[in-house]
Design a protein around this ligand. Structure first.
Ligand SMILES: NC(=O)c1ccc[n+]([C@@H]2O[C@H](COP(=O)([O-])OP(=O)(O)OC[C@H]3O[C@@H](n4cnc5c(N)ncnc54)[C@H](O)[C@@H]3O)[C@@H](O)[C@H]2O)c1
Length: 650
């Protein structure tokens, strides 16, 4: 039995220099406010309610949320070595490592507000949930499953050793309420959490997770759109984008690894400093002219470099358009999934003024956002006419422009059902070149915290890759070969490596064997949701599904249920990851490798299912590369498994 929260602790000190989330907006009625307060107080014994009511009311009205700051443990949280956690099963301890890593000052975007990345992606809704979940995980046995709804632990229930230890969901709404306004109400009431992808799914591994995906995207964009040869890099090309936040911060590093000159606009100086300190950004200027002088020099010299522009992306692009500066690859990674919640800074005001305006005049803020989106679109159009290849980077940018009133951005000129006149990176690049073959963001965390474990796993993973199989395998081999040298670790000792179904299975089995032999400590396997199967997201992961089924969310649900049935240690299903609530359903998993034979069996079935379910859907949508992948699979697994193939009508 867990005791739950029994105390009324001192309000912890807020350390200076730690970024704080902006006000999310409070608009509850008097009755709803009472419900929100009662909801938060459910976690705390009645004797403390009187003292907490004014405090929680103040939090709700000031921040639009009750975070329960008082219940945050003092100081820095971080993913410690697994042996330092209490627990009755390895999974219970492993998930504590993952949760604490997601809330680390060095990793999380707004750690005090439990936001890991993507402006609004929270691990839990409040600190009471954190404390309770932690206690449950300390007591969890391998005969139980912990069930979590939007951060709230419903409880542990009798289960089996080969069932998931944790089943969690975030922000799933009933269809008629599945819209941003109702979601906003639900978050204020304390009943919905926006888990993004790996924030609420406890699988974030710092910006490294996206460096590999971004590297793959820009490299393949160069190959497909700029005529870059398969065995060379992007030397001498210019990539311009925006955002140096949680995920977007990966762009300059990925650009550097891909060999190009990367210019990134960022309005928040503190985020530029974070990336500079990390060595992921080489230079920073407040002045557009200087930015492009240095970019031109590096381009001519063929040097891979990264330059931050401290300012608004619209100013940067308008200057480039007016001065005929040739941008080869162009994108954007501001938090457009939450444009009206502070994710996108209007042009003409500073980042600090944006935070103030959000608090004082939300209506005005929203008007400025819409105006900026329109200007942003216009300048992209001009640059595209001059030869830039623009792609939406999965942040809902095109959809936000459409929602701001720019109908001409939609392909059919009426609605967004047929997509937009600019491609999403999945439509042109990630979908056909990676997802349709089954390549996706396989990742692992060495739970011992030992760097040497990560080194050993890097070498082991490298030995599993056949470089001659496909170009993608060669890219992946180079990625993992150079991973350590590229200093990608922020937080726990983790690695990402894009792999197809067979690759993921092979590496997972190898790792489990290494754990069994005592070569390394336990390992957490997972992925983000930016993948083949786990996510139904019409403007992102499923943007290259063209049989009309991208309005359906069945693949993500099948993936989640299938992973649960096959015994993944954790299964997660969320609303809105990456693109914003009601725009996607996305799921993930975690599998703790303890070296047991049982885990080998789970790998054999679950790892293949986790990928091939999505390849099956892609093949049925008549995607040629998915069809060829399925044909190969059907031959290799004849008598064991079979995927339905379409007759393709011309
Ligand atoms: N492509 C992918 O694979 C992928 C993966 C995860 C997330 N995303 C999406 O990408 C977006 C960014 O994610 P994140 O985690 O980096 O979010 P973030 O909020 O941490 O970072 C976004 C950054 O953009 C900056 N910014 C906002 N408006 C700006 C403007 N007008 N000009 C210049 N800078 C501006 C912000 O200051 C912030 O630092 C989100 O919408 C997220 O959902 C994409």
């Amino acid at each position: 039995m867990i005791k739950g929260i029994q105390t009324y602790p001192q309000m912890p000190e807020f350390e200076s220099g730690i970024r704080r989330a902006p006000d999310r907006g409070f608009n509850l009625t008097k009755e709803q406010t009472e419900v929100a307060l009662k909801n938060a107080l459910r976690y705390i014994p009645s004797e403390f309610h009187e003292k907490l009511i004014p405090e929680f009311t103040e939090e709700l009205k000031t921040f639009g949320r009750i975070y329960g700051y008082r219940y945050r443990p003092e100081g820095r949280l971080f993913g410690k070595p697994i042996d330092e956690y209490k627990g009755k099963c390895v999974e219970g301890k492993a998930f504590q490592v993952m949760i604490d890593n997601n809330l680390d000052f060095e990793v999380a975007l707004y750690p005090y507000e439990l936001v890991t990345y993507g402006e609004t992606g929270q691990v839990f809704q409040n600190w009471m949930q954190y404390l309770l979940v932690k206690e449950y995980l300390e007591e969890l046995t391998n005969e139980q499953t912990l069930v979590i709804a939007s951060g709230h632990p419903l409880g542990v229930f009798p289960s089996r050793p080969d069932a998931p230890r944790v089943i969690l969901t975030n922000g799933l709404m009933v269809g008629m309420y599945d819209n941003p306004a109702d979601f906003h109400t639900a978050t204020q009431l304390g009943v919905a959490n926006y888990g993004q992808m790996t924030a609420g799914g406890w699988m974030y591994i710092g910006p490294q997770g996206i460096v590999h995906g971004t590297f793959n995207t820009i490299l393949n964009a160069g190959r497909k759109m700029l005529g870059v040869a398969p065995n060379t890099d992007l030397k001498g090309f210019l990539f311009v984008t925006s955002g140096l936040g949680g995920m977007s911060g990966a762009q300059p590093k990925a650009g550097e690894i891909a060999g190009c000159v990367t210019v990134v606009a960022e309005v928040d100086k503190s985020r530029i400093e974070t990336r500079q300190n990390q060595g992921w950004v080489q230079m920073c200027f407040d002045n557009v002219v200087e930015v492009f002088i240095h970019a031109a020099k590096a381009k001519t010299a063929g040097t891979a470099t990264s330059i931050a522009y401290h300012g608004n992306i619209v100013d940067l692009l308008e200057y480039a358009a007016e001065h005929n500066i040739k941008i080869d690859l162009l994108s954007d990674q501001t938090s457009c999934h939450a444009v009206y919640d502070g994710g996108y800074c209007p042009v003409g005001i500073t980042f600090e003024e944006r935070t103030e305006l959000l608090k004082t005049d939300r209506k005005k803020f929203c008007e400025l956002v819409d105006e900026t989106l329109k200007r942003h679109y216009m300048v992209i159009k001009r640059l595209a006419e001059k030869g830039s290849y623009f792609f939406d980077y999965g942040n809902s940018f095109l959809k936000s422009v459409f929602d701001a009133g720019v109908t001409e951005i939609s392909k059919n000129g009426i609605d967004d059902k047929d997509g937009f006149i600019f491609p999403s990176y999945v439509e042109d690049i990630m979908g056909p070149e990676l997802f349709d073959y089954g390549y996706g963001p396989f990742r692992w965390v060495c739970l011992s915290g030992n760097k040497s474990d990560l080194q050993k796993t890097d070498i082991a993973a490298m030995s599993c890759i056949d470089q001659n199989k496909r170009g993608q395998d060669r890219d992946n081999y180079i990625w993992i070969r150079d991973a350590e040298e590229n200093s990608l670790v922020v937080g726990t000792q983790a690695r990402i490596l894009y792999q197809d179904a067979e690759g993921r299975k092979k590496i997972a089995l190898k790792f489990n064997e290494m754990v069994r032999n005592g070569d390394v400590g336990p390992i957490m396997l997972g992925r983000d949701h930016h993948d083949v199967s786990g996510t139904d997201s019409p403007f992102r992961e499923t943007a290259n599904i063209k049989d009309g089924s991208n309005m359906m969310a069945e693949m993500a649900i099948h993936c989640f249920a299938g992973n649960a049935a096959r015994g993944m240690s954790l299964v997660a299903l969320h609303n809105g990851g990456g693109v914003g609530t009601s725009r996607s359903i996305n799921g993930g998993f975690g599998l703790v490798l303890d070296g047991s034979k049982e885990k080998d069996e789970i790998i054999e079935s679950a790892m293949m299912w986790d990928v091939m379910g999505g390849v099956a859907r892609r093949a049925w949508a008549r995607n040629p590369n998915a069809i060829s992948t399925v044909k190969e699979y059907n031959e290799n697994y004849a008598g064991v498994s079979q995927i339905t193939l379409p007759y393709v009508a011309e």
